[in-house]
Write a protein that binds this ligand. Structure first.
Ligand SMILES: CC(C)(COP(=O)(O)OP(=O)(O)OC[C@H]1O[C@@H](n2cnc3c(N)ncnc32)[C@H](O)[C@@H]1OP(=O)(O)O)[C@@H](O)C(=O)NCCC(=O)NCCS
Length: 167
């Protein structure tokens, strides 16, 4: 994409509604993320943003001309046996994909997790999501397993690929 102007910053509670609309639209595409439009509420998102104050979560947004066009969540494990684990989720508006934004968010999140002393990053990807699989592999994530038929997307069964990266 030419002349893309954007800022990457930590999410604030005022961003919750814009993030909601982004996740709504990506969910509506029905091929990439678990949630259907509206299944994650504005209040859910606000709570996640507020939980950054625990210092164990990071929510980054990509802002372009006042719109939130990308979001990434890095959520530290809440219980002692998984307190070294960070779970990752990401979504970029469809008009902004393949411009390197996902790579920037992931690079920032990995640096944050390393600085905080986390040891393991993990996520699940639809087996059909070639772009995401290729992005995570580029950053050194390895496939650990398959949860077969984990998702039912418009009447079709879709496997989930589990991936992880050790820091
Ligand atoms: C997955 C996602 C976060 C990646 O963000 P992005 O900004 O598009 O990613 P980037 O532009 O940094 O990198 C995408 C890479 O995938 C590659 N790619 C694109 N389409 C591809 C395909 N069909 N097969 C393989 N690789 C592909 C691009 O060439 C690029 O690789 P490169 O950096 O080596 O050139 C984004 O596309 C997105 O939000 N998709 C919809 C929601 C989603 O899938 N979320 C993740 C759920 S786990």
């Amino acid at each position: 994409m030419k002349n893309l102007e954007f800022t990457i910053r930590i999410a604030e509670t005022e961003d919750a509604e814009k993030i909601y609309h982004l996740l709504y639209d990506v969910g509506d595409e029905d091929v990439y993320i678990m949630t259907e439009p509206g299944e994650r509420t504005i209040e859910d998102i606000r709570t996640l943003i507020r939980e950054q104050s625990t210092n164990r979560n990071l929510i980054l947004v990509v802002e372009s001309y006042g719109d939130v066009v990308g979001v990434a969540g890095f959520v530290g494990g809440r219980f002692s046996k998984i307190c070294h684990v960070v779970e990752i989720g990401m979504a970029i508006d469809k008009d902004f994909r393949d411009s390197g934004l996902g790579s920037i968010l992931l690079r920032e999140g990995i640096a944050w997790a390393r600085k905080k002393g986390f040891r393991r990053l993990e996520l699940g990807v639809f087996s059909t999501n070639q772009r995401a699989l290729s992005l995570y592999k580029k950053f050194g994530f390895q496939e650990e397993g398959v949860r077969r038929n984990r998702y039912r997307v418009e009447g079709t069964w879709v496997d989930e690929i589990l991936m992880a990266k050790f820091l």
